[in-house]
Design a protein around this ligand. Sequence first.
Ligand code: NAD
Length: 281
Amino acid sequence: MAKIIDGKAISLSVKDEVKSGVEELKKQGIEVSLAVILVGNDPASGVYVNNKKKACEYCGIRSLSYELPEDTSEEKLLELIDELNGRDDVNGILVQLPLPSGINEDRVLDAISPLKDVDGFHPVNVGKLSIGKKGFVSCTPAGVIQLLKRSGIEISGKECVVIGRSNIVGKPMAMLLLKENGTVTVCHSRTADLKEVTKRADILVVAIGKPKFVDDSYVKDGAVVIDVGIHRQDNGKLCGDVDYEKVEPVASYITPVPGGVGPMTIAMLMHNCLDSVNINA
Ligand code: NAD
């Protein structure tokens, strides 16, 4: 029987800490603000943006919302980013992905000032993470580290296996676990014998993007299993990349879906917004 890592409760503690930090800054006359840019009418993106705005409200962060039509040109979007980069009253800038086809995502993300890049996607921040310098860190993997630490799980010296090598989750996850002195292996779609590697893991982080892919045959007895995946099933319920029913009996700790990693992403975004004041100082 695994202990369930309660991402909802942990994310609330993180948001409450941010809220206190924001209040402290307000007393010094400093306001924390986030500009959120949404291009087009993707319904899922609309929901994510709304959740981010709600979290800002909870934490006392001022959110500026830019909702642009589907046919916005890349040039117009770059102009807006340029304007926001230059504004002293904007600490963080976030462009909701995916962008409509025709807009080059890399060019847009690279245009955000690394000092305001609260998503941690800019090459400068990715580089800083890899050489251990302070900068913005991608929110989902940063959230996983908080889940582990705040659950009292030791990372140092542990065999950590990450499945997935995306720029947003897998790669920064590996860097963060390395920073915490884990012994890290990254697996991906070309890994020859996936189970042989994952069975070694004391801490297994799964970010594959395939529903219920990892069952108990991938997991060592007593391992900590972190499920980053999120999928809507045909019955309307959410599930992760891990087959929870099969893995929970063999793991020592496990994150549920929903209520595990998911809530941490926005909490860490709020944390990055607060941090942006120091980074900009
Ligand atoms: P991605 O599709 O960019 O990357 C998936 C990775 O998995 C790739 O590196 C690929 O090599 C690897 N992979 C695919 N099939 C594999 C296989 N059979 N064996 C081993 N490796 C395999 O996905 P992503 O953006 O990293 O997201 C992963 C999952 O996490 C998705 O389900 C996504 O929805 C979810 N996600 C959740 C949050 C959150 O806030 N909870 C945030 C980002 C992503």
